[in-house]
Design a protein around this ligand. Structure first.
Ligand code: ME8
Length: 474
């Protein structure tokens, strides 16, 4: 049985998740569900990135104990994922000493054994927002432009990872397709960075300067640095470094790791270099999606344009949110969402589109007692190919083309009239429509699992829906 291992980034629990985080996780969920339905042995990992100063600062700012603060936010993450029907197999928390720490320690040791860690003294500018050192030329008016904060000047001893050493090897693996980076634009972006060369990076910080983090094996005066710790979650979660490494044996390397474009360098340069140093296989594909803006602007509290996925789920239901993210945001480019564009898409394609079609067809089927004959879904309509290329937009467009085709058929054949003049012919047309609807439900299943189930149930019971599947919103 083929296996399929898919991961999302682990999110910082220093605020609740917004629609961008929900996007990454929903795309991963659709792919995981598709592979499960195909009979692949699937494992879907998500989680939270907790060993960071950011979280400690956020907890302090609201006067809370860090652990309680983390538990509360992580429970909000999980509530959102449950509401959005995210079918993850594991939610890894990097503060989990039993499940996460051993993997980090083992990976560190392997990298050290390869001679790729070296203690150096270092001075530079550190941005807590980025959780990394930044350079003078990144600053605008002395501040980090992404976080609008003045970086701290640090002078300290760090363990350095010899990242530069792996530049050529990573380039080769990307060019040969052994480590595939999608889409092409992101592949080119990282190749250009590799052409400019990679610098060695800090992998630890003095233990007395940070409040959280895993102690460096053999050097308790240092703690393992945020990114080295965080990236390792993708294998620690599978039991790497623990006694029972059976999941690791079964599922690593990942088939696809999904991230946003902001963390490309960490995943396309640092992470593969760590794996190469430790003698571990690289993930097969890194899928790098764009950023979601709202009304053409970066979402920010001060602009008041942050889209809260929980609010959308409460107003429109999870299925509608999943629909919008899959079909109205491309996984390969930046996308946009506003409350208005969401409502418009909902009314046009769910209330008037799919929902209306289900009511019309099933009303005719119930009234005329027409059972569906199962027609085979045309296997080459491009749906599977689109999903195998992670193009969920094209795959869902194809479903909506089928929906439009069924609408046209009703228009053209007018079965509601035909049934009065030629009962047999009328029934045959309705039967074909029901079969078409059943095909739609089948392809919808990874995208909108509950709707697909509901349609299949209506077809089985030969009933029209008691109430519209997607009531119109004004
Ligand atoms: O970077 N549009 O966590 P994070 C689309 N903990 N996606 C978005 C987005 C937007 N506007 N904003 C965020 C971290 N994302 C680290 C990761 S992994 C080992 C460690 C999504 O909470 C996107 O997937 O800042 C992005 O890469 C991720 O959230 C960043 O989440």
């Amino acid at each position: 049985m083929p296996k399929f291992y898919i991961t999302t980034p682990i999110f910082y629990p220093n605020a609740n998740l917004h629609i961008g985080h929900a996007y990454t996780t929903t795309v991963a969920d659709i792919l995981a569900r598709y592979h499960r339905l195909n009979g692949d042995k699937t494992y879907f990992l998500t989680g939270s990135d907790e060993n960071t100063e950011k979280v400690v600062r956020s907890a302090k700012s609201v006067g809370e104990d860090t652990k309680k603060y983390l538990d509360d936010i992580v429970s909000n993450f999980k509530d959102l994922f449950a509401k959005l029907e995210i079918s993850y197999d594991q939610f890894i928390r990097t503060s989990d000493e039993e499940n996460h720490y051993p993997g980090v320690i083992e990976l560190w040791k392997r990298i050290a054994d390869s001679g790729d860690l070296e203690k150096r003294s270092y001075s530079g500018l550190y941005c807590v927002g980025h959780e990394s050192f930044i350079t003078e030329k990144d600053l605008v008016d002395g501040k980090c432009p992404d976080h609008n904060e003045t970086p701290q000047f640090l002078e300290e001893e760090n363990w350095f990872f010899k990242l530069s050493k792996y530049t050529e090897l990573i380039k080769e693996k990307i060019k040969s397709g052994e480590f595939r980076i999608m889409p092409e634009t992101r592949r080119n972006e990282i190749l250009a960075q590799l052409d400019r060369g990679l610098e060695d990076i800090s992998f630890s910080r003095p233990a007395n300067k940070v409040s959280v983090g895993i102690p460096v094996p053999g050097d308790p005066s240092q703690k393992i640095y945020v990114w080295c710790d965080a990236l390792t979650n993708y294998i620690s979660a599978l039991g790497f470094g623990r006694k029972d490494g059976s999941l690791f044996k079964e599922f690593w390397p990942a088939d696809v790791q999904i991230i946003g474009k902001d963390i490309l360098r960490f995943h396309a340069a640092i992470w593969p270099a760590m794996l190469l140093s430790a003698g571990l296989p690289l993930p097969k594909t890194l899928l790098v999606h764009g950023f979601i803006t709202s009304g053409g602007k970066k979402m920010s509290k001060s602009l008041g344009n942050v889209i809260d996925p929980m609010e959308l789920v409460e107003e429109y239901g999870a299925e509608a949110v999943r629909y919008f993210l899959a079909r109205h945001i491309s996984p390969f480019e930046d996308g946009d969402i506003t409350r208005e564009s969401f409502k418009e898409a909902y009314n046009a394609n769910l209330a008037n589109g799919l929902g209306n079609l289900v009511s019309r067809i099933m009303k005719m089927a119930e009234q005329n007692q027409v059972k569906s004959k199962k027609l085979k879904v045309e296997s080459d309509n491009g749906y599977d190919k689109a999903i195998s290329e992670y193009d969920l937009k094209t795959a869902s467009d194809l479903i909506w083309q089928m929906i439009a085709g069924l609408d046209e058929k009703i228009q053209k054949d007018q079965p509601f009239k035909l049934i009065k003049t030629d009962k047999e012919k009328g029934k045959a047309v309705i039967g074909e429509l029901v079969s078409g609807l059943s095909n739609v439900a089948e392809l919808l299943a990874p995208f909108m699992p509950e709707t697909a189930k509901e349609i299949q149930k209506l077809i089985k019971e030969n009933k029209m829906p008691g109430k519209p599947l997607f009531p119109r919103k004004d």
